[in-house]
Design a protein around this ligand. Structure first.
Ligand SMILES: NC(=O)c1ccc[n+]([C@@H]2O[C@H](COP(=O)([O-])OP(=O)(O)OC[C@H]3O[C@@H](n4cnc5c(N)ncnc54)[C@H](O)[C@@H]3O)[C@@H](O)[C@H]2O)c1
Length: 276
């Protein structure tokens, strides 16, 4: 019998999309979130309300699971103290559970782990997953730490993990930046399936983005999981290309997250020292 898949953050925007999509694809799901699950439970799914900071409960929820899809936690920029519990201690509980169960972790990382890279000009080299982390806030910093946690648990304990640097996963793009970083719901659902099914992933990092021609990001490890996104933001161009942010948001890949609380006052130098 197929082992269950544990999905954290199940009551959130992406959790609900994944719960539906993976149930339709025949998976037995264990759903969890600190908030109640707002939809009717999909067939083959159970839900238990739990806090990621409760390590004992996380260990129990992961028992017998093949994969933990970790989508729970604070999903926006917040003060440091609000982030460390759910996003760092919680992540540690997920990795300890995966180690004990021999499970694979699929971690919802974010473009905000590299958000202070500038947006590429035309024909510029695209960012690849080996380029340096440049988090654009405490949220992005916790995502970078999460990816490094995956590196550690693979190197030290052989816990396989796929880190999805999700761009913006919405029903449709809502501004010009999303013409570059949009991930459609169907592409996300297929991405999750590929992460579960791949025979071997080691420590992998994949840009969670659809097939957008205006892309910022290049090489990653998608060949390990055989994922090929099908959708593109381009059909929405006329609708959203005039929707821009302030100059700081428009300069950096992280957009408004980079601009939030920005206090540099010197005439913003281009990167003389490339990646410092
Ligand atoms: N939506 C996007 O475009 C996007 C982009 C990049 C990364 N991500 C990441 O993907 C994941 C899902 O994003 P989303 O848009 O569905 O966010 P969301 O905020 O809708 O969902 C996150 C869920 O985590 C739960 N949660 C928060 N703290 C918790 C705790 N202490 N214990 C248990 N559950 C807790 C919340 O109740 C919520 O249901 C997040 O990790 C987010 O950082 C999303």
């Amino acid at each position: 019998m197929q082992k269950p898949v544990l999905l954290t953050g199940a009551s959130g925007n992406l959790g609900r999309v994944l719960a539906k999509g993976l149930a339709e694809r025949g998976y037995t799901l264990r759903l969890t979130d600190i908030s109640p699950f707002p939809d009717p439970l999909p067939p083959g799914a159970v839900f238990e309300q739990a806090d990621l900071e409760d390590g004992v409960t996380i260990l129990r929820l992961a028992e017998g699971c093949s994969t933990i899809l970790h989508f729970g936690g604070v999903s926006v920029e917040r003060p440091f103290e609000d982030i460390i519990g759910p996003n760092l201690r919680g992540l540690f509980h997920i990795y300890e559970a995966a180690r004990r169960e021999g499970a694979r972790v699929v971690f919802a990382s974010s473009n905000h782990s590299i958000g202070f890279h500038e947006r590429p000009s035309d024909n510029a080299e695209l960012l690849d997953v080996a380029d340096a982390f440049r988090p654009d806030g405490y949220y992005g910093l916790a995502k970078a730490c999460g990816e490094l946690m995956g590196r550690l648990y693979w190197d030290k304990h052989g816990v396989e993990n796929v880190n999805l640097r999700i761009g913006a996963c919405y029903e449709r793009p809502v501004d010009r930046r999303m013409l570059s970083i949009w991930l459609s719901f169907p592409d996300l659902q297929q991405l999750a399936k590929c992460c579960i099914e791949a025979p071997r992933v080691a420590h992998a990092v994949i840009w969670g983005v659809s097939q957008n021609p205006a892309k910022y990001w290049g090489a990653d490890h998608r060949e390990r999981i055989g994922w090929e996104p099908q959708d593109s933001a381009e059909p929405f161009r006329a609708e959203v290309q005039h929707i821009l942010g302030d100059p700081i948001s428009e300069r950096y890949q992280g957009g408004a997250f980079a601009a939030k609380g920005y206090t540099r006052t010197e005439p913003s130098p281009r990167d003389t020292f490339a990646v410092e």
